[in-house]
Design a protein around this ligand. Structure first.
Ligand SMILES: [Zn+2]
Length: 89
C-alpha cells in the first residue's frame, strides 16, 4: 500500500473504502461513525453480509489515527471520542 500524507488521509479513506463511503449518506446521522449508531446503513450492510466487518474496523482505525492530527470541533451530540471527555455538555 502506498504511504499517505496526513492531509490527504480523509480523502484517501473515502476512496479506499468507497463501498462504505457510498453507504454513509444512507445513515440516519450525517456524522455517523458506523460503530453503534441507530439507523446506520453501514452496520446494516455488515449485518446482512454485504460488507466485510474487517473493512469497517480497518477504516475506523485509520480514521481514529487521522483524528489525532486533525483539530476537531465536536458537535453537541457527543458521540465522538475526544481526549477531554466530560468537559463538554
Ligand atoms: Zn453509519
Amino acid at each position: 500500500m502506498r504511504s499517505l500524507h496526513v492531509s490527504d488521509l480523509s480523502t484517501s479513506l473515502d476512496a479506499l473504502f468507497a463501498e462504505i463511503t457510498e453507504l454513509a449518506p444512507k445513515c440516519r446521522f450525517r456524522d455517523c461513525t458506523h460503530q453503534h449508531e441507530p439507523g446506520c446503513a453501514v452496520q446494516a450492510a455488515v449485518a446482512t453480509g454485504t460488507l466485510d466487518p474487517a473493512r469497517l474496523a480497518r477504516r475506523s482505525k485509520l480514521k481514529d489515527e487521522n483524528q489525532q492530527y486533525t483539530p476537531i470541533v465536536t458537535g453537541a451530540r457527543g458521540n465522538k471520542k475526544t481526549s477531554s471527555r466530560g468537559r463538554r455538555r
